[in-house]
Design a binder for this molecule. Structure first.
Ligand SMILES: NC(=O)c1ccc[n+]([C@@H]2O[C@H](COP(=O)([O-])OP(=O)(O)OC[C@H]3O[C@@H](n4cnc5c(N)ncnc54)[C@H](OP(=O)(O)O)[C@@H]3O)[C@@H](O)[C@H]2O)c1
Length: 262
């Protein structure tokens, strides 16, 4: 895909990875629509990006709210007359320790990481089906096959997301020429993981660069960084008894919150 002249919607545009994607897209002479809840930051990024060659608009949007998502997609389509590419990147990470098992964490995570994207698919499809082609690239996560101790809310939301995308991919392409791309990052140094120690984490600049190059090349799955991809694939092959033998504190990683039993 050549980004020049394309209309691009980006959710999670104020975060570590999203802001970098927006900045790197600004060099591609395309039209960009930034979405997130933080209006001040959206305005600031948009002002930095806007130029003679790149039009950048923004709209406040809480992805938990189906009407918000519907209105945001309509706004972008009305402004640009098309949506060639939607990069759906909004997400949250909340630890869910077993000691204080709390269903509200799991519900909130599913609302944003899973249903937030479901609302986008529902709102985007009518517009994209009427176009000759379109692409939807969605940020899941690298470890989306096996549960990790203490991170089940996040893992379950992303595993569900990856599977939903997988189920849409062939049908969307064959019937409507809509390309689905699953973005699977390992650790990226953003505010999301600021409190945790993640060896091998890469910069948001590098992550954004890999993501945009992957979209340009028409990849169906964009997974990175290489060393973590290999480790994850090896872990996926472990029999369950070997996988369960990995110490829980090692699975949780450095910086995991210490909590008292309720
Ligand atoms: N960093 C990593 O190591 C890593 C690894 C794997 C996958 N990912 C995924 O990559 C994506 C980007 O993460 P990041 O690391 O850049 O995180 P981040 O810096 O925390 O940014 C998260 C973005 O999501 C937006 N967001 C959160 N809740 C929202 C809501 N209810 N409605 C609308 N927007 C919302 C935030 O904007 P507002 O707060 O302004 O709304 C922000 O723009 C996420 O989907 C994340 O799960 C990250």
């Amino acid at each position: 895909m050549d980004f020049k002249g394309k209309a691009i919607l980006l959710s999670g545009a104020t975060g570590g990875i999203g802001e970098e994607i927006a900045k790197q897209l600004s060099k591609e002479e395309c039209n960009i629509a930034l979405l997130a809840r933080g209006e001040e930051k959206l305005k600031k990024i948009s002002e930095e990006i806007n130029s003679d060659k790149t039009k950048c608009i923004y709209k406040k949007c809480d992805v938990k709210n189906k009407e918000n998502v519907k209105e945001a997609v309509k706004f972008v389509y009305n402004e640009f007359g098309k949506i060639d590419l939607a990069i759906l990147n909004a997400g949250i990470l909340i630890a869910n320790p077993i000691e204080t098992m709390d269903s509200s964490i799991i519900i909130k995570t599913m609302e944003i990481n899973f249903f937030g994207n479901v609302y986008f698919f529902e709102s985007l499809f009518p517009y994209m089906k009427s176009q000759e082609s379109a692409t939807i690239a969605v940020t899941s996560t690298l470890p989306d096959k096996r549960g990790i101790a203490g991170w089940g809310a996040y893992g379950a939301s992303k595993a569900a997301l990856s599977l939903l995308i997988e189920s849409f991919r062939a049908e969307a392409k064959q019937k409507y020429n809509i390309n689905f791309i699953t973005i699977k990052p390992g650790s990226v140094k953003t505010p999301m993981i600021a409190d945790y120690q993640r060896p091998g984490a890469i910069s948001p600049e590098r992550a954004a660069n890999i993501i945009l190059n992957g979209i340009k090349r028409g990849k169906k799955i964009i997974e990175f960084p290489f060393s973590q991809v290999i480790m994850t694939k090896i872990g996926d092959l472990f029999p369950v008894s070997a996988y369960d033998a990995v110490p829980v504190n090692m699975q949780k990683g450095g910086g995991y919150p210490e909590v008292e039993e309720k």
